[in-house]
Structure formats: structure tokens, C-alpha cells
Ligand binder design. Structure first.
Ligand code: NAD
Length: 301
């Protein structure tokens, strides 16, 4: 049986690790948050008291952490994965981070005789729960093949994009589009609302027209239209505004380094940044709809 050390059993990591348990993998879990570790233990995982304990003697290490600094610290910091895992261990980071950070961690892993891949995911908590995530992988072909059974326990579409860092590149491109789409759909529906048109009917029309997006169909920012959407559940994440702000920011930074002009993504990033400043950072990112409110009737137009 493949033994897996899983670090970061939060909103996404917990349901993903649960699917590994369901498929017969022996999972040892660690998270900074003791409540998350308790939830993992209740779901049949072995609780670890540190990252080092979670990865010692494991065949596979999986990490699902918030952002680049967390990932770099967990792998290369004191008592981190690279110091504690045995030589030859395959490490798969499924967090959404800067592709350059993935490459740095891969380099440090190789120096210690460990293997590393990036394998970020798309689909949010519903697909993490169903085990039907899209998983985009950057790494050596033989490492991809070795990790495939575990990745297929968590995802329905597991795609090898290219060498280390490539999975993150695909993910940043995807989230740039999703982040912009949530702002665009929110703006459009504020206009429809302002005219007093039935928002369900507008949704039906758009779903059969050129403005249709997966985001509107699955994660509609207006409450009460898509039952499973975070908006219909008080904007509980789902995918937090702060994480979307981070992801669009990673795309903006990448474009800057590549000297590619971007207009729409930086604007969307600032909308998420402002929404976060106004208390929506830990709500689902589709809560931008609640932030993009009309100004008062007295305001001159
Ligand atoms: P989350 O904050 O709910 O989970 C992250 C977990 O990592 C938390 O439980 C936190 O306590 C833990 N953690 C942080 N630092 C740690 C450390 N040093 N050691 C051990 N544990 C540590 O976030 P999430 O929503 O699960 O997102 C995780 C990653 O997945 C992010 O990179 C995010 O961008 C990406 N992602 C999220 C979604 C989504 O819908 N939530 C979808 C796709 C991708």
C-alpha cells in the first residue's frame, strides 16, 4: 500500500485526502491548525504532530498550502519536508503558487536526492469532494506515472503539462480568466438588476449566448440562482477572495517578468484587493458581486 504524507488539510486538502483514504491509501496528515488535523483523524487518517513526522518513511508526499512562502517554508525550512523525507521520495505540491517557486523547491529537492512535481488543481470544493478535480502536472514523465494512481483518486482529468513549473503556468492562466470572469459577470448582473430585469431569465439567456462561462454556470455570483454556488450559501468559501487575489497577482507578476502588457487582469486584481480590504478576504471570491454595489441615488452620473 502506498503511504502518503499529506500536509495542509484545509478547505481543499481535507476532501482531497479523504478521497485518497477512500481509494485505500494510508494517509498521515499534518496541518498547522489542530482542528484540521482532528478532522483528518476523524476521516481515517493518522494524525502527525509536525511536517517532519508526516513525511518520515512515506512513499509519497502531498502538500496543499496557501501560497509560495508557505510552500517554500514547509519544504526547505527547519524541520521541513526536504530534511525529513527519505531519499528518492516523490513530493507533489498541489498548491497554487509562483512557477518560479516550484522550480526553486524542485532544485532544492534534487540536491537532497528527492523528486518534486507541481500539480495544482481546479474545480473548487465541490470537485475536491467528488474526486473530480482537474489536475495540471509539471514534472518528469516517470514521476508523473508514479503519482498517477494517487492523483486519479482526487481528480477526473489529470493532465501532464510539461516540466516542473508547467502545471502552475496552466493554473495561473486558468485563474486569470476565472478571476476576470467573476468580476465581469458581477458587473453585468448589477446592470441587469439596475434595470429590474429577472436575473434568472438573464442567466438563461446568457447560458445560451456568447457570454456563457463555466463561472456563471457553476459559481454564479448572484445568490439563489445556482444552488451549489457559494453565493447561495452566504459566500462561504469555496475559494477565498484573498486566494483569487493572490492567483491573479501571480499572473500579473508573471506577465511583468515576461514584458507582456496586461490591462484587464490588473484591474480585476485591484477589485479583489479592495474587496479584501473591506472585509471580504475570507469569503468566496464571487462575493465581489456584493462589493460592486451601485452608489447612492444622489451621486451625479
Ligand atoms: P486553506 O487556507 O483552507 O488551506 C490551507 C491549509 O494549509 C490550512 O489548513 C493551513 O492551516 C495549512 N497550513 C498553512 N501553513 C502551513 C504549514 N506551514 N504547515 C502545515 N499546514 C499549513 O486553503 P485552500 O482553499 O485549501 O487552498 C489551498 C491551495 O489550493 C491554495 O494555493 C489555493 O490557491 C488552491 N486552490 C484552492 C481552491 C479552492 O476552491 N479553495 C481551488 C483550487 C486551488
Amino acid at each position: 500500500m502506498t503511504r502518503i504524507g499529506f500536509i495542509g488539510v484545509g478547505t481543499m486538502g481535507l476532501p482531497m485526502a479523504k478521497n485518497l483514504v477512500k481509494k485505500g491509501f494510508a494517509v498521515t496528515a499534518y496541518d498547522l491548525n489542530p482542528e484540521a488535523v482532528r478532522a483528518a483523524a476523524a476521516a481515517g487518517m493518522t494524525a502527525a504532530a509536525s511536517a517532519a513526522e508526516a513525511v518520515a518513511g512515506m512513499d509519497l508526499v502531498i502538500t496543499m498550502l496557501p501560497s509560495s512562502p508557505h510552500v517554500e517554508a514547509v519544504y526547505t525550512g527547519d524541520g521541513g519536508v526536504l530534511a525529513a523525507a527519505r531519499r528518492g521520495t516523490l513530493c507533489v505540491d498541489m498548491s497554487t503558487i509562483d512557477p518560479a517557486a516550484s522550480r526553486r523547491v524542485a532544485g532544492a529537492a534534487a540536491e537532497r536526492g528527492l523528486r518534486f512535481m507541481d500539480a495544482p488543481v481546479s474545480g473548487g470544493t465541490p470537485r475536491a469532494t467528488d474526486g473530480t478535480l482537474a489536475i495540471m502536472v509539471g514534472g518528469a514523465p516517470e514521476d508523473f506515472r508514479a503519482a498517477l494512481p494517487a492523483l486519479q483518486a482526487m481528480g477526473a482529468n489529470v493532465i501532464h503539462v510539461g516540466p516542473v513549473g508547467s502545471g502552475e503556468v496552466a493554473k495561473l492562466c486558468n485563474n486569470l480568466i476565472a478571476g476576470v470572469a467573476a468580476v465581469a459577470v458581477s458587473e453585468a448582473f448589477r446592470i441587469a438588476e439596475g434595470f429590474g430585469v429577472d436575473l434568472k431569465v438573464v442567466t438563461d439567456v446568457i447560458s445560451k449566448s456568447s457570454g456563457h462561462t463555466w463561472l456563471m454556470e457553476q459559481m454564479h455570483p448572484v445568490p439563489g440562482i445556482v444552488a451549489r454556488a457559494a453565493s447561495s450559501n452566504g459566500y462561504a468559501p469555496g475559494f477565498m477572495t484573498d486566494l483569487m487575489c493572490k492567483d491573479v497577482g501571480l499572473a500579473v507578476d508573471a506577465a511583468r517578468a515576461l514584458r507582456i502588457p496586461l490591462f484587464v487582469a490588473p484591474a480585476a486584481q485591484q477589485v479583489y484587493r479592495l474587496a479584501s480590504s473591506h472585509g471580504l478576504g475570507r469569503k468566496d471570491f464571487t462575493s465581489v458581486f456584493t462589493f460592486l454595489k451601485p452608489s447612492s441615488d444622489q451621486a451625479p452620473v
